[in-house]
Ligand binder design. Structure first.
Ligand code: NAP
Length: 254
């Protein structure tokens, strides 16, 4: 799985299609969507119109709890809306009382070749430890809120120690929070030292913690900027300075 992807939460209609196409043409190979975002059709359109071979692209989508009671049908609906052949990874969007049963439908879809791999989202230590012993296919990925103000280091260590990849949602803090974070003196100083932007420094920090990041954007300049993070690295001291910014401040409720 590529380590930087495009997040598509809150990107509607043609804004979404254009952002996906732009990202793929800028070198992205990972796109994150969800039934809940209402844009699987547009993501599929962006993938098909990008000119990038389908086999190079990794598309993640998710089942929302209101679909858990009819997961098999919901997976088929996602396949139809995306219309890109298979789904590379299907996640459970949230824990729920019937999540194990729902995950079994994803496991069946993996065996049937409709879905290539399975994962979960918004699972922290307790939720993960409850879930894992009950499933056959170990989730390949857990997608959780992680950014400099909510670093969740212990959860990351726990998940990584299980051999499961960690992916950050709200990698830049989430809409409405990015401006204040990008203005932080320490991030600005580190960015200036590397002639990069605070957004690029944050994304590089995720990568150096072994965390995959899926920044959301519909702005072509930002989309290009967010994948230009492979030509510099943060020093141990810079990583420590960013670690000190943690406020245990979640920007969403789950
Ligand atoms: N599993 C879950 O429960 C869950 C929950 C939330 C999100 N997600 C996933 O995680 C993805 C990322 O979260 P997000 O998109 O909500 O938040 P985010 O990536 O933390 O931040 C997106 C915001 O940052 C701005 N931005 C992006 N790149 C920038 C740059 N280089 N310079 C300045 N501003 C920049 C975007 O505005 P512009 O459009 O102007 O660039 C947008 O306002 C989502 O799209 C979704 O795929 C999953």
């Amino acid at each position: 799985m590529p380590v930087i992807g495009l997040g598509t939460y809150s990107l509607p209609g043609s804004v979404c299609t254009n952002a996906v196409r732009q990202a793929l043409q800028s070198g992205y190979r990972l796109i994150d969507t969800a039934s809940f975002y209402g844009n699987e059709r547009e993501v599929g359109e962006g993938v098909r119109s990008s000119g990038v071979p389908r086999e190079e692209i990794f598309v993640i989508t998710k089942l929302y709890p209101n679909q858990y009671s009819h997961a098999g049908r919901a997976i088929d609906e996602a396949l139809k809306k995306l219309n890109i052949g298979h789904i590379d990874m299907m996640l459970l969007h949230h824990p729920a009382h019937n999540d194990v049963e729902t995950y079994r439908a994803i496991e069946r879809a993996v065996k049937d070749g409709k879905v290539r791999s399975a994962g979960i989202s918004c699972y922290y230590v307790r939720e993960t430890d409850r879930f894992l012993p009950q499933v056959e296919i170990k989730p390949a990925l857990i997608q959780n809120e992680i950014h400099p103000y909510y670093q969740d280091s212990e959860v990351i260590r726990h998940i990584q120690s299980l051999g499961i990849a960690v992916q950050s949602w709200y990698p830049l803090g989430g809409r409405g929070y990015t401006g204040a974070m990008f203005g932080h003196k320490i991030l600005r100083e580190i960015a200036a030292a590397h002639q990069k932007t605070p957004a690029q420094v944050i994304l590089r920090w995720h990568l150096q913690r072994g965390v995959v990041a899926i920044p959301g954007s519909s702005n072509p300049d930002h989309i290009r900027e967010n994948i230009s993070v492979f030509d510099f690295s943060l020093t141990d001291e810079e990583m420590t300075r960013i670690a000190a910014l943690d406020r245990n401040e979640k920007h969403d409720w789950y």
